[in-house]
Design a protein around this ligand. Sequence first.
Ligand code: ADP
Ligand code: SR1
Ligand code: MG
Ligand code: MG
Length: 506
Amino acid sequence: MAFAEYRPLDEKSLVEYIKAVPSLSSKLGDNIDGLTIKEVGDGNLNFVYIVIGSSGSFVIKQCPPQVERGARRQLSYTGSRHQKGTLAIVTPSTPATDSSQGGLGACRSRGQSIPRPWCNSFLPCYCEFEYVTWSPSVYLTNLCVFVTAKALPYIRCIGESWPMTKERAYFEAVALKEHGRWCPDNVPEVYHFDRTMSLIGMRYLEPPHIILRKGLIAGVEYPLLAEHISEYMAKTLFHASLLYRSTTEHKSAVAEFCGNVELCRLTEQVVFSDPYKVSQYNRWTSPHLDHDADAIRNDNALKAEIAELKSKFIERTQALIHGDLHTSSVMVTLESTQVIDPEFAFYGPMGFDVGAFMGNLILAYFSQDGHADGNNDRKKYKEWILRTIEDTWNLFHKKFIALWDKHKDGSGEAYLPAIYNNPELQHLVQKKYFEDLFHDTLGFGAAKMIRRIVGVAHVEDFESITDDTKRASCERRALELAKLLLKQRRKFHDIGEIVAAIRQIQ
Ligand code: ADP
Ligand code: SR1
Ligand code: MG
Ligand code: MG
């Protein structure tokens, strides 16, 4: 063990850490001189460092320290939405003056990051920040800065009210290894895991790999995306389910992942609860979508459906799911598709993963009109997204059934060969299984779409549309489809009907 107890690393202390860990230093050919280390974390939760040496490279992902209770930071902003102002951080003690004491990190303004070297206590900015990470030497808390279009800004802090255990790194490492075992071509290899330090060392997905969501915003077609992601979903979900495993094996794995309860609870809140009630964390494009957000909170049929899905999310231990499979958890090139960031992994319903991916593709589709310009009306690109949605589901279905057929006489205990070993019955149960999975996919996918428009965490697909009216119009159409899918999902029987429903929304 390199360090006896947890401490958050920075670019400097990381070098010491690497020197002390043979599984990491050997990846650099044991040559530590002249390393380039860069923090690139642009997600909502963690620090990610890219480490490049003359003979190798890797990525280090580390959870920041747990929020210290009572360590609330006060943020105040002078300026108004879209205007330049000053973001002031007021600390209980003397304001930080250098990086060793802390400062602002990972500030993002509509996708643009304000890189370190660290800012000090006062940061000139446009008030579009979503997540601000305050990182003093002792502890770190995530703060969420929200400013409405109204006269006075207001700020929401996610911190002490929202503790996040560092143990999530353990579940991420186990899920990466388990999913990597079944689908090594689409999951980065884990080189090192340190539970004390909540730290994972893994393959660096080198350029031209980029986050899929960014590629979708830029209008890039990925010809192998449906093929690869369907392969990943079919292999990981099938092999970690009772179609492949014995109940003994399954229950022990389920028990272990029950430990990831805090991350599951976060999802329960931000996906299945907050968007359907008044919550301090919710936000939306206001005033444009005020009525739409209100309508969601007053839609009894929608609330009845979301309750059913929430129960299923909590109660169903169908397979080891990724748990956060949106388009920012996938890195791509034209030839490669890699799934990262399974820190929300647990044994849950398969449709939550498939729905997350498909729902995020649908969000990307509805955001395209906001990215269209005189050079590109994005019509062709929208067609590619629709084809990808259709191909992803159809290929997933085909690959999953092929795995089931191949292993039908194996140790999976859900459908015992002694009962189901006739082709007609096998076909019948598979059809039923997929009908349910399809409806789960639609329901969870729709829930994931709604939360990204009226909940706490939004997506760059829409957030990067600077014109509020244009953005609201794209978001409203996505909401319309999501509500239809959530309420009427059982009326749909194949993916072609979903594509037709998407097309109908003008
Ligand atoms: P979070 O849990 O905070 O969302 P992620 O695992 O999504 O963290 O990583 C944040 C960012 O770091 C990603 O969006 C990506 O840009 C970069 N990243 C993460 N893992 C890798 C990797 N293995 N190779 C290259 N870049 C990575
Ligand atoms: C406060 S919600 C943060 C979100 O970011 C993660 O990627 C998950 O999607 C989570 O819901
Ligand atoms: Mg992420
Ligand atoms: Mg994450």
